[in-house]
Design a protein around this ligand. Structure first.
Ligand code: KE4
Length: 432
């Protein structure tokens, strides 16, 4: 019997002192009908919970753990940096090395500012685009999630979508009025907004490969159309690569699809598991950022030595060992092909979307190409599958509307164990 009494007790205790017992909503497992697991430790592809159960992990801390948990060189770098102090609130050489490393890997970035989360990166990028264009409105896409800054909690995806509350209380109507919502993979929806708000749109922000509706790749020509529309209407094109950056290729989605955005936001992998975000892009735009320019943005712990040490090891490893992406592709394809075999053998109404080592199994028989098709997924059957997999030692994202992630620490045995568990879990979820 799959019992988690220690997690249960910790959850009760956590709920007395932390809203909902967690420090980020999706961790509460609300949409999968059970109380959250409390994780004790992790290594490589594995997690262990407080009750001693081990799991093959496909969440990877929501993306950062591309090299696997407790990656030796990252741990060593953090330990070494810590002996020299944890934060100075002053300039350091490490921050220059980090900026140079990002610029080397992502050529559209000519200057970059470090911050402490993906939210800070996207919030700052939007403010910068408004400052650069002297315009007030932004365009985002239904179902895309860019963190929890007010301007984005308008039909947000990820946690907000899962919680069934697309617009968050506390976001003022004046802020909401500044955010226009388009449809991912429907460029005409952006064109309509541009034409009906001539000269008012500062930026279009997009997840170039959506992760926050579950994984949805861009259809051919969609990102090119956004590039052309932004050129035509004088808007800043922002690629939110918090999830896709250094994930789908060393240069992110912009390298994979050959599109040059004006600004890019980063998070997750860039910190090697420590709190790091960044935004960067064209010199003429970044030159507006204080203290060089008038647009203000600041942060006590931005670029702190521990986070830079961890992030630098992560990025250098990915840049110097491009074969890592071949390994990620091989492992991810093995899982996808295995699941396709199960789907065909059992005639199941399921669809898989995958870009490299980020992927989602959707509980629908239809293609999932946009918000409207994503939300048709059968959340109830996903919940049955999620819990069956958890009991079999497979840790998936506790929401249908999230991407799963492979790491180079995963093994073929992990994949085969996952596939065995998936077949029985899916048969249970579909009463086969
Ligand atoms: P953070 O502020 O959580 O570091 O980053 C916000 C963010 C921005 N842009 C994209 C494309 C993102 O995916 C995210 C955060 N992703 C979610 C998972 N879908 C984080 C998990 C959570 O909220 O706990």
């Amino acid at each position: 019997m799959f019992e988690t009494p220690r997690s249960e007790a910790l959850y009760q205790r956590a709920c007395k002192v932390i809203p909902g017992g967690v420090n980020s909503p999706v961790r509460a497992f609300k949409s999968v009908g059970r109380s959250p697991l409390f994780i004790k430790k992790a290594n490589g592809s594995k997690l262990w919970d407080e009750d001693g159960h081990s799991y093959i992990d496909y969440v990877g801390s929501w993306g950062p753990m591309i090299l696997g948990h407790a990656h030796g060189p990252i741990i060593e770098a953090v330990k070494k940096a810590a002996t020299d102090g944890t934060s100075y609130g002053a300039a350091t050489k490490l921050e220059i090395e980090m900026a140079e490393q990002i610029i080397k890997m992502v050529p559209s970035v000519e200057m970059v500012r470090m911050v402490n989360s993906g939210t800070e990166a996207t919030m700052s990028a939007i403010r910068l685009a408004r400052a650069f264009t002297s315009r007030e409105k932004i365009v985002k896409f239904a179902g895309c999630y860019h963190g929890h800054a007010d301007s984005f909690l308008i039909k947000a995806g990820s946690g907000a979508l899962t919680l069934g509350v697309p617009d968050s209380p506390g976001v003022t109507s004046s802020v909401a009025a500044g955010t226009l919502t388009a449809q991912f993979n429907h460029a005409e929806s952006v064109q309509q907004l541009m034409e009906s708000h001539q000269g008012q749109i500062a930026a279009v922000i997009v997840e170039p490969v959506v992760g926050n509706m579950g994984c949805i790749p861009p259809k051919g020509g969609f990102l090119n159309a956004l590039r052309d529309l932004c050129n035509k209407h004088g808007a800043v094109l922002i690629f939110d690569e918090v999830m896709t950056g250094f994930r789908v290729s060393p240069g992110g989605a912009q390298e994979l699809y050959g599109i040059k955005p004006d600004l890019t936001t980063f998070g997750k992998i860039i910190g090697g598991g420590l709190p790091v975000g960044a935004y960067g892009g064209r010199n003429d735009i970044m030159s507006m950022v204080a203290p060089l320019g008038p647009m203000y943005q600041a942060g006590t712990l931005s670029g702190n030595p521990l986070a830079m040490a961890a992030g630098l090891v992560a990025l250098k490893t990915l840049q110097e060992r491009p074969e890592i992406y071949e390994t990620l592709e091989r492992l991810s394809a093995r899982l996808e092909n295995g699941l396709n075999g199960i789907i065909q053998r059992n005639r199941l109404p399921l669809r898989q979307n995958r870009v490299g080592s980020m992927f989602t199994l959707f509980f629908t028989g239809e293609l999932v190409e946009d918000y409207d098709s994503a939300i048709k997924a059968d959340k109830e059957r996903f919940t049955l599958y999620f819990n069956a997999m958890l009991q079999r030692g497979i840790y998936l994202a506790p929401s249908q509307f999230e991407a799963a992630f492979m790491s180079v620490a995963h093994t073929e045995d992990d994949i085969d164990q996952t596939l065995n568990s998936a077949e029985s879990s899916l048969r249970l979820a579909f009463d086969k």
